[in-house]
Design a protein around this ligand. Structure first.
Ligand code: NAD
Ligand code: TYD
Length: 354
């Protein structure tokens, strides 16, 4: 039985990964370490309650003793690190926590994995172990109108979030280059799908459209992101964990580039048709002050993961966005709960001067 330490899997991508893995493998153990920050939500994991293949542990990836004790208890084969502070706007407002979790937390996981997996007597790594860092295309910086990010594009992050993820990637590479640690890094484009916290573009816009609230489009709305349905990302992570060549970086994305304003208008059109609601129209769009240092375009070249591992994105944007809107409409209670309380003060603070 393969044993995984997965971190941050009460959040968006991680919870989807738990479901993906439990559906695919019978003989598996997933130990899910999550601090339950504002972005972590045990409700996201309700579908695997009572499943003995998934064990939830509330805790911080920066906690040395806790992570060591989990290695001692479970003798993990894999570490897959999803845990992070993940929102660019929050990183602009408060960068320190991004350094703490994304950089220090990653280094702690690497250190604990090294202690558990490196045999100091034999001077070699135990067989079958791997550390996988879930990273982002944002470490490459921004593109102009042409070209794509490849794995050899120079690291050139702009936001504090991207800088913290880039720093973490360098540490993961350093553990491979210095100690020979078996690692992979995946760098993915923007994900969308069920369980995404509504501070991010797509769920925020779905929620606002439904409630006839203004739709805050930063700047001219012509920034481009390469949208990947979350299940396709989960498939890529599983493939890289199992078959990725040690030491390699894999970009994950699938030529689904769309400008933000197109995304917003698509959500308006979809919800207007489905809800037959006259209060929903493009008049809700408000162009607001742009994000500081806003990256203009991201676009992934996925040829390496396609050629090496046979991965491809199965879900075109037009299909994925409908599935996503369906999910949010069917899970109104989830949305109401995560947007009550502190979300209201976050929203008021983040959007008040825009
Ligand atoms: P998320 O914000 O939805 O979830 C993050 C999770 O990490 C939460 O459950 C939170 O409680 C947990 N966490 C935060 N700090 C922690 C700590 N110190 N210790 C333990 N747990 C902690 O994020 P997400 O969108 O699911 O992203 C997951 C990973 O994928 C991140 O590393 C992110 O950088 C990367 N990524 C995300 C996207 C995207 O579009 N969402 C794209 C590329 C890469
Ligand atoms: P986001 O979902 O925060 O992801 P990222 O910054 O990691 O790409 O934002 C996606 C794009 O949408 C980005 O260009 C910023 C823009 N955006 C808005 O225009 N308005 C909003 O309210 C939000 C949250 C994002």
């Amino acid at each position: 039985m393969k044993k995984y330490l997965i971190t941050g899997c009460a959040g968006f991508i991680g919870s989807n990964f738990v479901y993906y893995m439990l559906k695919k493998y019978n003989d598996i153990l997933l130990v899910n370490l999550d601090k339950l920050t504002y972005a972590g939500n045990l409700e996201n994991l309700k579908g695997c309650e009572g499943d003995s293949r998934h064990i939830f542990v509330q805790g911080d990836i920066c906690d040395k003793e806790l992570v060591s004790s989990l290695f001692a208890q479970y003798d993990f084969d894999y570490v897959i690190n999803f845990a992070a502070e993940s929102h660019v706007d929050r990183s602009i407002a408060n960068p320190e926590i991004f350094v703490q979790t994304n950089v220090m937390g990653t280094v702690n996981l690497l250190q604990r994995a090294k202690e558990a997996w490196y045999d100091t007597e034999k001077k070699s790594w135990k067989e079958g172990k791997k550390y996988l860092q879930v990273s982002t295309d944002e470490v490459y910086g921004a593109l102009g109108a042409e070209g794509f990010f490849t794995e050899t594009t120079p690291i050139n992050p702009h936001s504090p979030y991207a800088s913290s993820k880039a720093s973490a990637d360098h540490f993961v590479k350093a553990f491979h280059d210095t100690y020979g640690m078996p690692i992979n890094i995946t760098r993915c484009s923007n994900n969308y799908g069920p369980y995404q916290f509504p501070e991010k573009l797509i769920p925020l816009m779905i929620n606002n459209v439904k409630h006839h609230k203004q739709l805050p489009v930063y700047g001219d709305g012509m920034q481009i992101r390469d949208w990947l349905y979350v299940e396709d990302h989960c498939k890529a992570i599983d493939m890289v964990a199992n078959a990725g060549k040690i030491g390699e970086v894999y970009n994950v994305g699938g030529h689904n580039e769309r400008p933000n304003i197109f995304i917003v208008k698509t959500i308006i059109e979809q919800l207007c048709n489905r809800l037959q609601d006259d209060g929903i129209s493009e008049a809700l769009i408000k162009h607001v002050e742009d994000r500081l240092g806003h990256d203009r375009r991201y676009g992934i070249d996925p040829n390496k993961i396609k050629a090496d591992l046979g991965w491809y994105p199965e879900t075109p944007f037009e299909v994925g966005i409908v599935k996503t809107i369906d999910w949010y409409l069917e899970n109104e209670e989830w949305m109401n709960r995560v947007t009550s309380g502190t979300y209201q003060s976050y929203y008021a603070e983040m959007y008040k001067n825009r």
